[in-house]
Design a protein around this ligand. Structure first.
Ligand code: GTP
Ligand code: MG
Length: 204
């Protein structure tokens, strides 16, 4: 898909502040510092659209970016931020759960996973919650440039083995590197298919 325009639309601290124009939303979530904002900048080809920081916990609000005047990319706050209390770190903020479980405009959720790490409890807990609520989601492995391609394959295989312990069917998976610009086309093509599909489905 060609990105003709990408602009910041708004930041929200509550669900009722999010846009109400009915345009479909594709949201990005994951642990703090996993590379959500960097991936959004890669997808939109705009190096400074979403704020990237080496300090975890940078994105604290729900940020909407309007793409091609037609759909939204949504940058969600990270979870598992190390510099908050343990109780806060292990749970998911109200803002995150409100958005993920109640936002009708959200068509698909991309869950970002740092490919270097072994499966983390907080990500698995989150993925299982998504399953329980029937939320459509996929996994995006980030920072693939930090490992050799063999290591990437073995880490993703380990992740799939872990997921198969509780899931019969695996979600769609993408490999990305914002550094090497890897994964951009595959994700944008997927979004384009979703938009086409939604356009063909009559609204209730
Ligand atoms: P929060 O908003 O704080 O939750 O973080 P985030 O998930 O938006 O991560 P962000 O995009 O700000 O990136 C965090 C750090 O990881 C930055 O220093 C990025 O430069 C780095 N980073 C992100 N993606 C990649 C990648 O694909 N490869 C490499 N090598 N570094 C990356
Ligand atoms: Mg961010």
């Amino acid at each position: 898909m060609h990105i003709a325009s990408a602009r910041f639309r708004c930041s929200s601290t509550r669900l009722d502040q999010c846009p109400s124009d009915g345009k479909l939303e594709f949201a990005f979530i994951g642990r703090s510092n996993v590379g959500k904002s960097s991936l959004i900048n890669l997808l939109t080809d705009s190096p400074a659209l979403a704020k990237v920081s080496s300090t975890p916990g940078k994105t604290k609000l729900i940020n909407h970016f309007l793409i091609n005047d037609r759909w939204y990319i949504v940058d969600l706050p990270g979870y598992g931020y190390a510099r908050v209390s343990k109780a806060q770190r292990q749970g998911f903020s109200q803002l995150i759960t409100d958005y993920v479980f109640r936002r009708e405009a959200m068509y698909f959720l991309f869950v970002l996973i740092d490919v270097r790490l072994e499966p983390q409890k907080i990500d698995l807990d989150f993925i299982n919650l998504l399953g329980q609520h029937g939320i459509p989601f996929g996994l995006v492995f980030t920072k693939c440039d930090k490992l050799s391609s063999n290591q990437v394959e073995s880490h993703v295989a380990r992740y799939k083995r872990t997921l198969r312990q509780s899931w019969e069917e695996l979600p769609p998976i993408w490999y990305t590197s914002s550094e090497k610009r890897q994964g951009r086309e595959a994700i944008l093509d997927f979004i384009e298919k979703c938009l086409d599909q939604a356009a063909q489905t009559p609204q209730p």
